[in-house]
Design a protein around this ligand. Structure first.
Ligand code: AP5
Length: 217
């Protein structure tokens, strides 16, 4: 399975990627996660990317493409991959196409997680993350981590944090960037015959089953 999960911030790409990893045994390749890791380790790349991420803007294409090139070269990506949050604009999509052509591993499908703006906003402001294991929660839809703070994922007493870019002003910017730069990919992949649209305004399991149908047909 070689797929792209396309969707606005908060549409559920990360949540669904985790389920796909478990069911299909292929790695999730999330440019957001790779960038956050670089930021937390304060690498040169991370320090450079941080300002753009904190402002809700895209990190420059060259940085992201070199990260993707390196990640796709790892042995676990030979059996397939789920690209989460990449590509993000037409230039990245064209670069991905060239890279996959070189590797002889074309995409099977691009799944668009479709969701209204109002729902996206609520999902992002409600997102909380276990600082210990990274498990993602939502104060509106999943068990709110109450006192004593306990994570179902790592079983530890943990601190639940908010991503710095889940502040309301930054969310607004991220959604604006999605509309302007990422949305044109819908037509791009439609024209390539790869696009499958999934209604993401349903519970996690329902959305997952819809994705399964989309990738298996
Ligand atoms: P990135 O980490 O990719 O963030 P994003 O695309 O903005 O997406 P999110 O991670 O916010 O949301 P998601 O769709 O994964 O939703 P989730 O499953 O968590 O990028 C961050 C930044 O890095 C960018 O702004 C940019 O600066 C940079 N970057 C990354 N990639 C780049 C690239 N290719 N080029 C340039 N820059 C790049 O769900 C959200 C919440 O909703 C959670 O609380 C979850 O529990 C809940 N939820 C999920 N599904 C459901 C459901 N079905 N029902 C109810 N609640 C649900």
């Amino acid at each position: 399975m070689r797929i792209v999960l396309l969707g606005a911030p908060g549409s559920g790409k990360g949540t669904q990627s985790q389920l796909l990893v478990r069911s299909y045994g292929v790695p999730q390749i999330s440019t957001g996660d790779l960038l956050r890791e670089a930021v937390s380790k304060a690498t040169a790349l991370g320090l450079e990317a941080k300002a753009a991420m904190d402002a809700g803007k895209l990190v420059d294409d060259a940085t992201v493409l070199s990260m993707i090139r390196e990640r796709l070269a790892k042995p676990d990506a030979v059996k397939g991959f789920i690209l989460d949050g990449f590509p993000r604009n037409i230039a990245q999509a064209q670069a991905l196409e060239r890279l996959l052509l070189e590797l002889g591993t074309p995409l099977d499908a691009v799944i668009l997680l479709s969701l209204d703006l109002g729902v996206l906003f609520k999902r992002l402001t409600g997102r909380r993350i276990c600082e210990g294991c990274g498990r993602v929660y939502n104060i509106y839809t999943t068990t709110p981590p109450g006192a004593p703070l306990h994570c179902d994922g790592c079983g530890e007493t943990a601190r639940f944090i908010q991503r710095p870019d889940d502040r309301e002003d930054v969310i607004a910017k991220r959604l604006e960037v999605f509309e302007a730069q990422t949305k044109p990919l819908v037509q791009y992949y439609q024209d390539a015959g790869l696009l499958r649209v999934v209604d993401a305004d349903a519970d996690v399991d329902t959305v997952f089953r819809a994705i399964q149908r989309a990738v298996e047909t």
